[in-house]
Design a protein around this ligand. Structure first.
Ligand code: SF4
Length: 410
């Protein structure tokens, strides 16, 4: 099995099936602009710190290297790409300005490691390692994504892994661990992680490795058809994502290939298959349709809940900032507030009386559709009135299909 890394462990814990697509079946994922952007900036910093002797590259050389090695994959359109490229130039200029006075050649830049954790091979790269005195080091990881909180460095498992690797392989104690947020030029630093954090991570690595081996063996023996999905993963494994399972799938490139979503994607050639004219008369097919309808119905319900949750979070965040609009990479959200009045049932007669006495009665009354339906269903309706109404309208059939889960026993 290929060595595990911080990101592959994270992916396995998010969804084993996704890990299998990515690392065993090697199905390529779509290029993502945020990966391309992050790598372009990281590569430029590697160039900046990668000199063997002083002086360091000038800011012009740094920006030229960045421009010449810019990764273009994954951007939505040229406009988005040029916006990001300009943002990256700004980040590098600011970084240069802030750090050129204290520039020194690091102990390691892009330090690649291969580690053995209780028999499990683990691999990774550390962005930068600085020597502190003779026998200590400082580890630094650059981030280009969203801003993070003050505790991020204290709890980062990625930093725990780097600490473990460096101490084991370089034989030097870690003095401090830093996450450096490049867009805001903010360094969040932590003390070395505790022995219990290291122990917990080692346990997690061994656990994930054992789970992968177990599933590979089951697949080999045809005891399972595929790796567990985000819906069927072992719940005793820790979760790395706070997103709902549906949201995890929403962002997954492998969804069209995934067994969990088979129902949502036609197999190639399925369109061409001629429909059997009497197919729906077959009880088994009806039962299948009912089950499928119920499953999709449940999924829609869960998605609706997720949607409501996200909506509430966005509305709260926009209100907090006083914004009416916000942009993601692919969507824009705008909030509009409509006000309406609600009157308690106890005040209803008073409200109607106030309107009637002010001469506005016609504005609020009319043949309200639900009330007319009720009238038409009334068996005691005078025949001539029913006849007149029937001639004025037409009867339409509206169908409601109610679905609920069959009890387990059944
Ligand atoms: S679509 Fe969902 S269940 Fe399938 S591999 Fe992706 S994350 Fe896993």
């Amino acid at each position: 099995m290929r060595p595990l890394s911080h990101s592959s462990i994270g992916m396995y814990l998010e969804c084993p099936m996704k890990w299998h697509f990515r690392y065993v079946q090697k199905v390529p994922e779509k290029p993502k602009h945020f990966f391309s952007f992050g790598k372009s900036v990281h590569d430029a910093l590697e160039f900046f710190y990668g000199v063997k002797t002083l002086p360091p590259p000038s800011v012009t050389e740094l920006i030229k290297y960045y421009d010449d090695n810019w990764i273009t994959e994954g951007y939505r359109d040229p406009r988005q790409e040029s916006d990001y490229k300009e943002q990256g130039r700004g980040i590098l200029r600011d970084y240069y300005k802030k750090h050129i006075e204290t520039y020194h050649i690091p102990y390691f830049v892009e330090y690649g490691f291969n580690l053995d954790v209780d028999g499990v091979k683990v691999t990774g790269f550390v962005d930068r390692i600085d020597k502190v005195g003779d026998d200590r080091i400082a580890i630094l990881d650059y981030k280009t994504g969203k801003a993070f909180g003050k505790d991020a460095a204290v709890s980062s498992e990625q930093l725990t892994m780097y600490q473990m690797a460096c101490e084991q392989l370089l034989g030097l104690k870690v003095e401090r661990l830093t996450l450096y947020h490049l867009p805001s030029q903010t360094a969040i630093t932590s003390e070395p992680h505790s022995d219990s954090q290291v122990k917990e991570l080692r346990g997690r690595i061994v656990r994930v490795h054992a789970d992968i081996k177990d599933n590979l063996a089951k697949l080999e023996r045809a005891e399972i058809k595929h790796f567990p999905t985000v819906f069927t993963r072992d719940p005793s494994l820790p979760r790395t994502s706070k997103m709902s399972a549906e949201t995890v799938c929403h962002w997954c490139d492998f969804k069209p290939l995934c067994p969990a979503w088979e129902h949502a994607y036609r197999k190639p050639g399925a369109e061409a298959a001629p429909a059997e004219p009497d197919a729906l008369k077959d009880d088994a097919k009806i039962a299948k349709l009912v089950d499928r309808y119920g499953k999709v119905h449940d999924e829609v319900k869960e998605l609706e809940e997720t949607l409501e949750e996200l909506k509430a979070q966005i509305v709260a965040a926009l209100k907090d900032k006083g914004y009416v609009r916000a942009f993601g990479d692919r969507y824009e959200a705008a909030v509009r507030s409509d006000e309406r009045w609600e009157f308690g049932p106890e005040n209803r007669p008073k409200v109607l009386e106030a309107i009637r006495s002010a001469g506005f009665w016609d504005r609020v009354t009319g043949p309200l559709a639900p009330k007319v339906q009720e009238l038409m269903r009334d068996g005691g309706l005078p025949l001539d009135l029913r006849d007149r109404l029937q001639r004025l309208g037409k009867k339409v059939e509206s169908i409601t299909l109610r679905i609920k889960k069959v009890s387990e026993e059944k």
